[in-house]
Ligand binder design. Structure first.
Ligand SMILES: NC(=O)c1ccc[n+]([C@@H]2O[C@H](COP(=O)([O-])OP(=O)(O)OC[C@H]3O[C@@H](n4cnc5c(N)ncnc54)[C@H](OP(=O)(O)O)[C@@H]3O)[C@@H](O)[C@H]2O)c1
Length: 253
């Protein structure tokens, strides 16, 4: 049995609480959050507290708070022997110092509090200062996912930049697509199967191979027609991405 305390009540913490609560081999012995009211919905899972002096002794402390406050929350665990981890993609393991037994338990996925998620497919990127602690984190992760990777803080920083491209920027592009649809009174949902096929395709094709469209074909008439339909900001991003795609596919500009 692995005894854990989860610190935080946001998007990631809420999902971890619900998932670990269902795992017989893991016991959530306590939940901590600065704002106690946000933990009330998890009253049935474990005792809740917002008093850092009341934190119980556990095998693993999972700190899942805003990146800027990881250090502050970790300070409350200095007297503890258990492994202190955070769940951030961008924060170094060093943010948990001067705790001695430290690690990272980073789920590489986007979480929203009220959106259900299939944990079994989420890659967990793990790091620990001690080998024995890594093994505990690996065991813990294996209860909830089929996908575990040893990733150190340097690699995780790089992975996080790549994740910003494939998730945040792509999502912003979806937003632009939806704004264009709204401008011309077309329902955005028509594009959803295309969005899904675009992401499904890269399970079997390299993104470069999967690329299609007027930029790759260098279809100048279509590109010029598209630009006429867009506002200034949309034109700027369209031109930037068109140029990048053409350069990547060896088009002479
Ligand atoms: N969301 C994602 O998709 C995602 C994915 C992977 C990893 N992560 C990482 O997981 C961690 C949590 O992210 P999240 O999206 O779950 O955050 P979130 O929903 O914004 O929740 C923030 C949490 O941090 C706490 N907090 C904020 N300021 C604090 C302070 N000054 N002192 C103590 N606690 C404070 C909040 O407590 P209150 O309730 O009191 O405000 C809340 O529990 C971050 O390290 C993030 O990088 C997020």
């Amino acid at each position: 049995m692995i005894k854990i305390v989860i610190l935080g009540a946001g998007n990631v913490a809420s999902h971890l609480i619900q998932k670990f609560h269902k795992i017989a081999e893991v016991q959530i012995i306590q939940l901590y959050n600065r704002t106690i009211e946000k933990l009330e919905e998890f009253n049935h899972v474990a005792p809740i507290t917002n008093n850092s002096e009341e934190i119980l002794d556990a095998d693993v402390y999972i700190i899942s708070v805003s990146d800027d406050f990881i250090e502050e929350v970790a300070q409350n665990l200095i007297s503890k022997k258990g492994i202190v981890v955070h769940t951030s993609g961008s924060a170094s393991i060093k943010r948990l110092l001067p705790n001695e037994n430290i690690g990272v338990f980073y789920p590489l996925q986007t979480f929203s509090k009220n959106k259900e998620i299939d944990f079994s497919r989420i890659p967990f990127c793990l790091e620990a200062k001690e080998t024995s602690s890594y093994q505990v984190l690996e065991k813990l992760a294996n209860y909830i996912t089929d996908s575990v990777y040893p990733i150190d803080s340097e690699q995780r920083k790089i992975l996080h930049v790549a994740a910003v491209f494939v998730n945040n920027f792509t999502n912003y592009i979806y937003q632009m697509g939806s704004e264009i649809c709204e401008t011309y009174d077309i329902p955005f949902e028509i594009l959803i199967p295309l969005i899904q096929e675009t992401s499904n395709k890269i399970e079997s094709l390299h993104p470069k191979e999967a690329q299609t469209g007027p930029a790759k074909r260098n279809d100048k008439t279509t590109i010029a027609n598209h630009l006429k339909l867009l506002n200034e900001k949309q034109q700027h991003i369209y031109s930037l991405l068109t140029k990048a795609i053409q350069e990547s596919h060896g088009e002479k500009l």
